[in-house]
Design a protein around this ligand. Structure first.
Ligand SMILES: [Zn+2]
Length: 217
């Protein structure tokens, strides 16, 4: 009788541990490195782009907020992943600096850690625009503008169009973090509608240029 009781208690603990691990995995927490090495989960081809802001001013404690700084910030939050033999802490695939420079975070074929939801981490590329564009945010309009700079918008349009053409991503799959999870990210001051129409214009322009080139051949 006692053996049966002991086995049931152990089984109950194992069941609870599995449920907790599954819940954390579904919530977007990375699996422990030991498990990830045994089961290398390759993400599928990206099917969308998820837009974020860094929710910081352009500079923090005298240092520019860039991919390196975000890597350090995400290291503290335990977002690390081993992808193709290299460790990445930064959860985003790209970072767009105030002057429009685009910095690489994780490689595009590695799953991200930017949405809090496994589905979007694995299937959407995370693009972070540096700044705080949320009127509820601590840094919105303090030490940095309320909205992305024109240089950021231009680079974001180009980056989105490049990724959309590369992976056949439709415009409706260029979404904001707030569209998929409970967050204000990338903020209510982020000009999403304008971005969508700029991307549509750029795509139209490229299609036109391509057909002009074909005609002139
Ligand atoms: Zn976000």
């Amino acid at each position: 009788m006692r053996v049966v009781r002991d086995i049931s208690i152990v089984a109950l603990f194992v069941l609870i541990a599995c449920m907790v691990a599954w819940y954390l995995f579904r919530s977007g927490y990375p699996l422990p490195p030991v498990i990830r090495r045994v089961i290398p989960v390759r993400p599928p081809t990206p099917e969308g782009i998820l837009l974020h802001h860094s929710a910081t001013p352009f500079r923090l404690k005298g240092r520019m907020v860039d991919a390196k700084k975000l890597d350090e910030m995400h290291r503290q939050r335990g977002f690390d992943i081993v992808c193709e033999g290299k460790t990445y802490h930064i959860g985003y695939h790209y970072v767009i600096l105030p002057d429009g420079r685009v910095q690489a975070g994780r490689p595009e074929n590695c799953p991200g850690a930017h949405s809090g939801i496994t589905y979007y981490n694995q299937r959407y590329l995370g693009v972070c625009v540096v700044g705080d564009f949320d009127s509820h945010g601590r840094w919105n309009g303090r030490r940095s503008p309320k909205q992305p700079t024109e240089a950021q918008i231009r680079s974001l349009v180009k980056l989105c169009v490049r990724l959309m053409r590369k992976y056949n991503i439709p415009l409706q799959n260029v979404r904001r973090h707030r569209d998929v999870n409970q967050t204000y990210c990338p903020g209510d001051q982020f000009p999403y509608r304008r971005l969508q129409s700029l991307i549509a214009q750029e795509l139209e322009q490229r299609t036109q240029n391509a057909s002009n080139t074909l005609e002139s051949r």
